[in-house]
Write a protein that binds this ligand. Structure first.
Ligand SMILES: Cc1ncc(C[n+]2csc(CCOP(=O)(O)OP(=O)(O)O)c2C)c(N)n1
Ligand SMILES: [Mg+2]
Length: 613
């Protein structure tokens, strides 16, 4: 057996560079690069190895480990899991900074390779700087925080261990059903230790997504359910996009007259003008999709986790006889809500379902009914997004302004606050992937760093990051990285001076406005944050606009720039789109001195009774 003597870090880097994928007929590196912030836990070992490989595996530096991981996650999402990135940190704070991001990738089923440094396997210098020291367990380090938010976790305490650990990591990162974050905690001393690695460890490997075909029995049962349906509905989730099943979905709907509604992750799988696309479903759903869901007797759930925002906290599918078919690569998801499982890749599964259903169509009256309510919803939505003349525009009107300036290939990206609801309901997506919403973990601070990853994945598309003042303040440092790397973003900051959506939720549950909008917080002075000046200090082209017309002009101008723009607009914190939507279960106190809370608890109890009885 021929062997190559390398350090563990050098071997890992060489193996990473040898992994390939094929996208659009082109063979590309599977790992587009490694985001890195060095400290004593990775600079000497992994840092030296990355330097040696910098021409074949680029190393990128940003300003915050969590943000780097957000960028890597967004890159994988925008690449539809065909490509990915790795992120390395030192031990201790750099590592634990990535734990939240690991959770983002875990919830969203996105591939992310985390390579935190770890304490000395040999333990001789213990306790090293940043070692947490467990009194009762010598094997614990800060990196154990990654275990519940990693699909695969390993700690490399001997150089040869990287061989099986890497093999397992690659399986998890590339498997459509297992896909999620992998953490390989790299002990500082072991990174630098040499081993005679078999040459086969560095052999080129091409990864293509596995397309699982449905089981015959499960397919037959799904077909029987659909053929008996009078009011079928599709719910298209993120798996539809990851499977690149948008063509199959569009054809399936038309062939069988079945309308389709979209989750946050599934939006843009169908173009907004597909005649059977009813738009967003659930808590932030359109009137059209939610009305169809209320009456549906069979729901074909494609590549979705069926989280509470999608199912209206399990109250949306109101027909007691309604059956769900769970078309999903992951058994865990396929069987949720007592579903008839159809374990398969979305693209393959839809194609096989279509063939098996050949000649069958949903009752014409159902298709006509949902199309009429779709037309009615589009008229309603247009009223919310139209230009208005009030002092402060609503988020919906800002969405309208961006929509009027948008092109089919554009990407709009967002994660938390009031905007995800407005965008889910109102945004008219163009090409697949044009709607990039992290709403699995809805992590404030994903937005700007995520924009960076989405732009790196497809530099030809203009990326519009929509971000509230709260999320902006939580994590904005990667504006500097975007300028530094020449990765252009157009960032729109909606400044409503606080956590607008949580204030509204607080009021809706009977609470007094408290600790959300800046004016309702304990303060000596109300901050007047100059976001444009702040962004400008990091090198972005930035300006504050006075209203919607100026916003549209600024957006058009930003498209012409080759550098990141940040456009700031003041918005009204109290308005959101009240049309469409559905009840969401948020627990309300049983006992309170506030009459508003007592009233909200009554409303909560009756909503529970309506759902559960
Ligand atoms: C990291 C993180 N912390 C807290 C939350 C809970 N949360 C969701 S939205 C929100 C407020 C967001 O404020 P902003 O970005 O200004 O948007 P707005 O609600 O004003 O539209 C908070 C605190 C979260 N989603 N993520
Ligand atoms: Mg805000």
């Amino acid at each position: 057996m021929s062997t190559i003597r390398l350090t563990m870090a050098q071997a890992l880097v060489a193996a990473l560079a040898a992994q390939k994928t094929v996208v659009g007929g082109r063979t590309l590196p599977l790992f587009a690069g490694v985001w890195a912030i060095f400290g004593h836990g990775n600079v000497a070992g992994l840092g030296e190895a990355l330097h040696g490989a910098r021409d074949i595996l680029p190393t990128l530096r940003a300003h915050n480990e969590q943000a780097m991981a957000h960028s890597a996650i967004a890159f994988a999402k925008a690449s539809r899991r065909r490509r990915m990135m790795a992120v390395t940190s030192s031990i201790g704070p750099g590592a634990t900074n990535m734990v939240t991001a690991a959770a983002v990738a875990h919830v969203n089923r996105l591939p992310l390779l985390l390579l935190p440094g770890d304490v000395f396997a040999g333990r001789r210098p213990d306790p090293v700087l940043q070692q947490i020291e467990d009194f009762g367990d010598g094997t614990v380090s800060a990196n154990d925080c990654f275990r519940p938010v990693s699909r695969y976790f390993d700690r490399i305490t001997r150089p040869e261990q990287i061989i099986p650990a890497f093999a397992r990591a690659m399986q998890v990162l590339t498997d459509p059903s297992e896909c999620g974050p992998v953490t390989l905690a790299l002990c500082q001393d072991v990174q630098t230790e040499a081993f005679d690695y078999p040459a086969s460890f560095f052999a080129e490997r091409i990864w293509q997504p596995r397309r699982t075909r449905p089981d015959e029995q499960e397919l037959a049962q799904a077909v029987a359910l659909l053929k008996g349906a009078k009011r079928p509905l599709i719910v298209a989730g993120g798996g539809t996009l990851y499977s690149e099943a948008e063509g199959e979905l569009a054809r399936f709907c038309l062939a069988h007259g079945i309308p389709s509604a979209e989750t946050q992750a599934g939006k843009s799988a169908l173009p907004h003008d597909h005649p059977l696309n009813l738009g967003a479903i659930g808590v932030t759903g359109t009137g059209a999709a939610n009305d169809a869901a209320k009456h549906a007797d069979v729901v074909l759930a494609v590549g979705t986790r069926l989280q509470d925002f999608t199912t209206g906290s399990r109250a949306l599918f109101a027909d007691p006889a309604c059956r769900i078919i769970g078309l999903n690569t992951q058994v865990f998801d396929a069987g949720k809500h007592g579903a008839q499982p159809l374990v398969a890749d979305a693209k393959t599964g839809l194609a096989e379902l279509e063939a098996a259903l050949a000649g069958w169509k949903a009752p014409a009256g159902w298709s006509a009914q949902v199309q009429a309510s779709r037309d009615a919803w589009l008229e309603t939505a247009a009223r919310y997004t139209a230009m208005g003349n009030q002092a402060l525009p609503s988020d919906a009107q800002v969405v309208g302004a961006l929509q009027r300036q948008s092109r089919t290939s554009d990407v709009v990206l967002c994660a938390a606050g009031g905007l995800p609801g407005e965008l889910h309901k109102l945004w008219q997506a163009g090409a697949p992937g044009g709607y990039h919403m992290e709403y699995g973990y809805s992590c404030m601070g994903y937005e700007i760093a995520g924009g960076l990853g989405a732009k790196l994945a497809d530099p030809a598309r203009e990326v519009f990051v929509m971000v509230g003042d709260g999320s902006y303040l939580m994590m904005n440092s990667e504006i500097a990285t975007s300028v530094m790397l020449g990765v252009k973003l157009i960032i729109v900051v909606l400044d409503n001076r606080g956590f607008g959506c949580i204030n509204r939720l607080q009021n809706a549950t009977g609470g007094a406005s408290f600790n959300n909008l800046l004016r309702d917080t304990r303060h000596e002075t109300l901050p007047e944050i100059d976001f444009a000046a702040h962004a400008g200090s990091m090198g972005a082209i930035s300006r504050k606009v006075a209203g919607l017309a100026e916003l549209e002009a600024a957006l058009a101008e930003a498209r012409g720039h080759d550098r990141t723009s940040v456009i700031v607009i003041d918005t009204d914190p109290l308005i959101s789109t009240d049309a469409g939507g559905h009840w969401w279960e948020v627990a309300v106190p049983e006992v309170s001195g506030r009459d508003e809370v007592k009233a909200a608890r009554k409303r909560y109890d009756s909503a529970l009774a309506a759902r559960d009885n």
